[in-house]
Design a protein around this ligand. Structure first.
Ligand SMILES: O=C(O)CCC(=O)C(=O)O
Ligand SMILES: [Fe+2]
Length: 371
């Protein structure tokens, strides 16, 4: 199927002869990147590479390291890559998509039973235009989603957790009388946790620290998973977006997308490059935590979705974080005299609580604007 997202729809802003692309980062909208062409343009990526990561499961350290260096190269220069050979069962992925379609086909009233603002942890259903990452648009993101988060019961490693830690994880909302839906989504969570932990070791190797360096802070990681449906949007309507331009705040994201297309990644010249769907792959992108700990050696890259394909699009991002009690600290080997640490340590629980507060504030503001 043709991938129809090369034309620009949400036009960059022009300020005093300069053009900018705006995006959402670290809880606020309005961060910007200048659009550069001609002699002022940087050397930057024009496509997203596909990397075979099957070697991360190898017994051989050399093989694991070889993959890690390739992955690190993509993380440094692009912040995005497609991975194949990831070890997740296709049947589990297919079942999750089937259940996602089944879920979104229900009427709004049924889906609203699990509305995210009924849940302390902001888990559950968010309707079309319910979020607005691009604040220059009157309406929000043209997508609907269902979010659930880390559940020790779905974790293949079955960690032992204190009652205090458990309470901080909050609880997921699941629709009543839908055991197959929950089972499929939890299976997906289990398989993705295994892949994410293996990839975390790959990032450690790529960053030049011990392979197991992060193992102690991904025991019960504060990850979230979203099933998303993007209705079609009109190619010429400049006030529509599937998801506004943003970076992911967590450590990294493993995203499954269907074959419809629409995900776009911002390069250093402010041009959007498609992350073209490729069967058998996941998209992996660096999040803000990984950018922080690597002192910006790895880049948390801006991306957005415009679904101008004329088809409904489904995707499933898995946002992998660290444990709630972990501190995200710049690695010593990523600091030098020329490159001092750009970030203070931050605690995952505090940071995510603050983001939830901001999200809740935006929700209240949207309600008052709609009133
Ligand atoms: O649906 C996609 O392809 C991307 C979703 C995304 O960027 C997000 O939810 O953070
Ligand atoms: Fe994202």
């Amino acid at each position: 199927m043709a991938f129809a997202s090369t034309q620009t729809v949400t036009l960059p802003e022009t300020v005093e002869g300069k053009k900018y692309e705006y995006y959402y980062y670290n809880g606020t909208y309005g961060h910007k990147r200048e659009v550069l062409t001609g002699p002022s343009a940087h050397t930057t990526f024009q496509e997203i590479p596909i990397i075979d990561v099957s070697g991360i499961f190898s017994e051989s350290f050399e093989t694991r390291k070889e993959v890690a260096l390739k992955v690190a190269d993509a993380c440094e220069n692009i912040g995005f890559l497609l991975i194949k050979g990831h070890g997740v069962d296709q049947a589990v992925i297919d079942e999750t998509y089937e259940m996602s379609k089944w879920y979104f086909d229900h009427d709004l009233e049924w889906k609203e039973q699990c509305g995210i603002y009924k849940n302390e942890g902001l888990r559950g259903y968010e309707g079309v235009y319910g979020a607005r990452l691009d604040e220059s648009l009157r309406k929000g993101d043209k997508k609907e989603s269902f979010l659930y988060s880390y559940d020790p019961l779905a974790d293949p490693t079955k960690p032992e957790l204190t009652a205090d830690y458990r309470s901080k994880l909050f609880t997921n909302q699941w629709p009543a009388d839908a055991p197959k839906f929950k089972e499929a989504l939890q299976n997906y969570q289990g398989q993705l946790l295994t892949l994410a932990r293996a990839l975390m070791r790959t990032f450690a190797l790529g960053l030049g620290v011990e392979e197991t360096y992060f193992d102690g802070i991904i025991k019960a990681p504060f990850n979230s998973i979203k099933i998303i449906k993007y209705p079609t949007q009109e190619p010429d309507n400049m006030s529509e977006i599937g998801i506004g331009a943003h970076t992911d705040f967590e450590t990294f994201t493993i995203l499954s997308q269907d074959q419809v297309g629409g995900l776009e990644v911002l390069n250093k010249n402010g041009h959007y490059i498609p992350a073209t769907p490729t069967p058998g792959t996941f998209v992996v992108n660096v999040g803000d935590f990984l950018q922080r700990i690597s002192n910006e050696r790895f880049i948390s890259t801006v991306h957005r979705v415009r679904n101008v394909t004329g088809q409904q699009r489904y995707s499933i991002p898995f946002f992998f974080a660290f444990d709630l009690d972990a501190y995200v600290k710049v690695l010593e080997n990523c600091v030098s005299e020329d490159k001092p640490a750009k970030y203070e340590p931050l605690n995952v629980a505090e940071y995510t609580a603050n983001l939830r507060k901001l999200q809740y504030g935006r929700f209240q503001k949207m309600l008052s604007q709609d009133a």
